[in-house]
Each structure stands twice: as C-alpha cells, then as structure tokens.
Design a binder for this molecule. Structure first.
Ligand SMILES: Cc1cc2nc3c(=O)[nH]c(=O)nc-3n(C[C@H](O)[C@H](O)[C@H](O)COP(=O)(O)OP(=O)(O)OC[C@H]3O[C@@H](n4cnc5c(N)ncnc54)[C@H](O)[C@@H]3O)c2cc1C
Length: 263
C-alpha cells in the first residue's frame, strides 16, 4: 500500500472492498512532495484509524471563565474541578488516556464531590481520582492488554524489574482452544529496597480475552501485591486467568508448569 495518500472513496463489492485514492499535495498527510494516486484497488478488509482531539475550543468554555489549553483540553484537579470552582470536567476533554473506563471513574468522582458539597457530607466531598493505573486494551485478534509500567518504561526510568513471562503454550486451556501462541507478562519491583519481595508494577497479555483479564493485574497493582500474593492466589484450572498466577510464579521462581527448556 502506498503511504501518505488521501483515501478517496470505497464501496463494498462481492469480491471485496473497492478503494480509490486521491493524490496528496506537498504538506498533506506528512508528505513533502506530491504523491500521485495509485489505481483503484480491491481489498479483503479496510481498517480505518482516525485520531481524536478534545473539543474544548468549540465549547465557548472561556465565556464561563473556564481555562482551556491551546490543544483544547480543560485542566482539572484530582477532584475534577476546573479553575472555576463550581464547574467540573471529566473524560476525554481533561486529557489522556481518552478511554471510557477512565471517563466514568472521573465522572463518579465529580458527582460525589458535588453531591458531598451540596449535602454537607465531608467524606463524599473529599472524593478524588487517585487510581494508580488505567488499563488499556487493543481489541485486535489476538487481543493486547496492558497496565502499569512496561519494560521499556522501567528501563528508561532506571527501575530494576523482575519479569515473569508465562507462555500460553504451557496452558491447558489455550491448547484446548487452539490458541496457544500468546503470552502473559508481569513485572515486579526488583530494586534493592524491595528485598526480593517487590510489588507488581505492570503487566501485559497478548491473547484471546486478554482485555477481560487485565483487570486482575490492575487490581494487583492497586492492592500492592507481590509475586507470592498473586502466585499463591488459586486460579481455577484450566483457564486463561491461570496464566497470571503462573507468570507470578515464574517471577518468583516456583512455577512447575513451564515446558522443559530446549537444549
Ligand atoms: C470509534 C471509537 C471507539 C472507541 N472505543 C473505545 C473502547 O473500546 N474503549 C474505551 O475505553 N474507549 C473507547 N473510545 C473512547 C471513548 O468513547 C471515550 O473515551 C469516552 O466516550 C469519553 O467520554 P466523554 O464523556 O469524555 O466524552 P463523550 O462520550 O464523547 O461525551 C461527550 C458528550 O458531550 C456532547 N457534547 C459535545 N459538545 C457539546 C456541546 N457543545 N454542548 C452539549 N453537549 C456537547 C457530545 O454529544 C457527547 O454526548 C472509543 C472512541 C471512539 C470514537
């Protein structure tokens, strides 16, 4: 596929999706020169991926005194309060990651603070958004899900981590499902201060239903669990979730379910 072109039109035909292209002028679509449109083509599938931007500049929020950044975001504090104390904002408009599960938790905080202040309920009014992590999922096949620190981030931040990698080829469930090509990975704090009992800092999975399972790793991070906590938590067999317990055992050095290493 030729890069840096404008998508023209598409239409579904019995033999596939017919796509036409438009030429790109210099400066369009990241190209420095003109790019001539290729001939019409027919594809099995077309993936359209577009970015999202906040609409803060289109709300006239500044008329209410609400500060909006140059990029259209509205700044809030951990109670979701804008610079105008009785105006709150949540969701995509307050920043990344732009995801529904972040927005709904932020909305709960804003609603609790407002209700608490109206009712004179100090506990409710003290609500704040203080999640340690927000999981992400790519709903692809196989699914990709991750939460917390990644190996690259740990490296960049100079954080020593111990990795537990459990290949799904050692999982009875994935073998039965015929989808054993995937992995579960957990990262634990391996700094000297952790004295070998480091808390979980992040994790990721590639495989079917990864998005359904990433919440367990998010919970483990929120609760400050270590490899023993997770590994000794009994996961039912044979399930995909077992791979999380076993990845923790791998990090701990006590996993008895790995295939023999190839010589
Ligand atoms: C195609 C697509 C797929 C996505 N898939 C996922 C996913 O799988 N998982 C996930 O977590 N997130 C996903 N998202 C992101 C998710 O939809 C957003 O993060 C979430 O909806 C943000 O909630 P919000 O309340 O901030 O904004 P919105 O849900 O966009 O709500 C804003 C509301 O404000 C209204 N509005 C806008 N301007 C005005 C105005 N001037 N006056 C009055 N009303 C106004 C809009 O009509 C809208 O109803 C996806 C988004 C898109 C576009």
């Amino acid at each position: 596929m030729t890069p840096a072109l404008c998508f023209g039109h598409s239409r579904a035909l019995p033999e596939g999706i017919e796509v036409t292209f438009e030429s790109a002028e210099p400066g369009e679509n990241g190209s420095n020169a003109s790019v001539a449109a290729p001939a019409l083509q027919v594809y099995d599938m077309v993936l359209q991926a577009v970015g999202r931007t906040p609409n803060g500049k289109k709300l006239a929020a500044e008329k209410a005194g609400v500060a909006v950044t140059d990029r259209g975001f509205i700044i809030v504090d951990i109670q979701m309060r804008t610079n105008v104390p009785h105006i709150f904002a949540i969701g995509d408009i307050i920043g990344q990651p732009m995801m529904a599960h972040k927005a709904v938790h932020e909305a709960h905080v804003a609603a609790e603070v407002i209700a608490g202040e109206l009712q004179g309920n100090k506990e409710l009014a003290a609500a704040a958004f203080n999640a340690r992590v927000i999981p992400s999922v790519a709903y692809t096949d196989p699914e990709v899900a991750w939460v917390g620190l990644t190996e690259d981030q740990a490296k960049a931040q100079g954080i020593k981590v111990k990795k537990g990698l459990f290949p799904w080829s050692a999982s009875g469930r994935t073998i039965a499902n015929g989808r054993d090509e995937c992995v579960t990975k957990l990262l634990f704090d391996d700094s000297p201060e952790a004295h070998g009992h480091g808390k979980i800092l992040g994790g990721g999975m590639v495989g079917m239903h990864a998005g359904d399972m990433i919440g367990e790793i998010a919970l483990a991070i929120e609760m400050g669990a270590d490899a023993v906590d997770i590994g000794k938590t009994i996961h039912p067999h044979p399930t995909l979730g077992e791979s999380i317990g076993m990845a923790a055992e791998v990090a701990h050095g006590s996993c008895t379910d790995l295939p023999p290493s190839k010589k």
